[in-house]
Design a protein around this ligand. Sequence first.
Ligand code: NOJ
Length: 577
Amino acid sequence: MTDQGRSIHSPCTRDQWWRDAVIYQIYPRSFASSRGPVGDLPGITSRLDYLRDLGVDAVWLSPFYGSPQHDAGYDVADYRAVDPRFGTLADAEALIARAHELDLRVVVDLVPNHTSWDHRWFREAIKAGPGSAERNRYMFRDGKNGGTEPPNNWTSVFGGPAWTRVADIPWVAGTPAAADRQYYLNLFDSSQPDLNWDNPEVHAEFRSILRFWLDRGVDGFRIDVAHGLVKDPALPDWTERTEMLDAGTDPDHTASHPVAPERPPMWDQDGVHEIYREWRSVLDEYGPDRLLVAEAWVQPEERLARYVRDDEMNQAFNFAYLTCPWDREALRRVVEESLSAMDAGGAPTTWVLSNHDVVRAASRLGLTVTGKGPNGIGPRDPQPDAEKGRRRARAWHMLTAALPGSYYIYQGEERDLPEATMLPDDVRQDPAFFRTNGAELGRDGCRVPLPWEAGKPGLGFSPTGDTWLPQPADWERFTVTREEADPDSGLHFFRRLLARRRALGLGIGGLKDVSPEVGGLAYINSAANHSHPDLLTVTACAQPVPFPAGWRRRASSVPFDAAAAVIPPDTTVWFTR
Ligand code: NOJ
């Protein structure tokens, strides 16, 4: 960042609504249910007014398509259908229509790296046998040593081998395919076979799926595992562990989390970009206001920036920010790197602290070591300091809301919701828990159904009171009922935060790093068209920071005694002149 500060004066037309949008992630299984233990689309529609009142601009829905749910819907059996657990296609259309009435955009999830093993294509491939056109839609290979060993040594992101023998698929037993010795690639669960993106038929199918949902009025797509679709054609052995996070190189050792020394053969191959160019032109047929956002765990930031070139996607999730430790210098570095990498191509930066795959920020930040955090926290693990975690999460959110770019919030974050850290093993459902024999607890703790109403069974999540994962006993305090009644609750904090962000035009300002002069982590955000006063945001991480001279305190992440004119640790304060 220069002394003059970084200029982010890109025009924010309605067409490019995402540039400064606040986008709220809904995890349909766990948001709200109109029927029973699993959340559904009518449940979501019934709570859209709540989201409009919160002040968000758009919702992103994790998958709700036809699926056996071996990976909570990221195993899609029918991309053009709504799973009966979640409702019907008419429910999806009603949700989109109601959201639009409320001026909320709707982004849906697209899962192109793999299908479910229940997808018609995969069933056909198994039946048609080796060498068939049907098998060529997936990554089938003969095993080594006469079929006794997998084609290479890759491991699955969820643990265990990344290759499954056809004969080992449970539903193949007793069919002619039981004698089949081929293997198929599954970078995730065995129930999620990887598609073959060298096959034009796969390209055509996904263009058609995009059109199917665009025709129903969706405003964009979040692309699952966007860095994984194309593999090194030689399928070379890879001795490192296969982790989503490893998808890149870090020659200068400046990345905010560990990455592999070389680019892994399953991630971030150059061929993926051709696919996104194709999709960009499909979306453009529907107008300039349709969004593609990449889930791409790619380092360094310059590689990530390739996904958001002019003719590709519009945004990529900023996982370097999410995994950053709660540390002044690390945060300064990641803010600077994120802005400079994206600025180069004119794409807006995104800011994200939580999602359905990581320990919730309000708990992650209460651990002794902050950063990406473990894959789940259980009753036998050291427990986070709840008060510290909540306080830091609010401080980080208040810093984030002052940064230009788009801002993603995961359901429950707006109520300070922590991770459920006491789930017993026998309720866990994440395939990562089973595939690592419990060595990794997995992501269930951030997916527990939301509490809504105090005094109701299941805290108002469903009319029956049933929830597919048990809610912690003390979650009544995170219901809307309780939080509405407390002016210092997360809900009131977030409503005020988003309203101020909008009023001050912060999503699109120019940003200047004034940390050295002011102390702490300090930025001045100046509105693009000078229509609003400058805002100075100051975050104190470990050390207290004196109030800056000549500025007036406007809001803080937590109430504190301001008589000493000092910002206490783990606190953010906004100032105006
Ligand atoms: C990333 C998704 O966010 C995660 O939930 C899923 O398990 C994997 N991709 C596989 O689709």
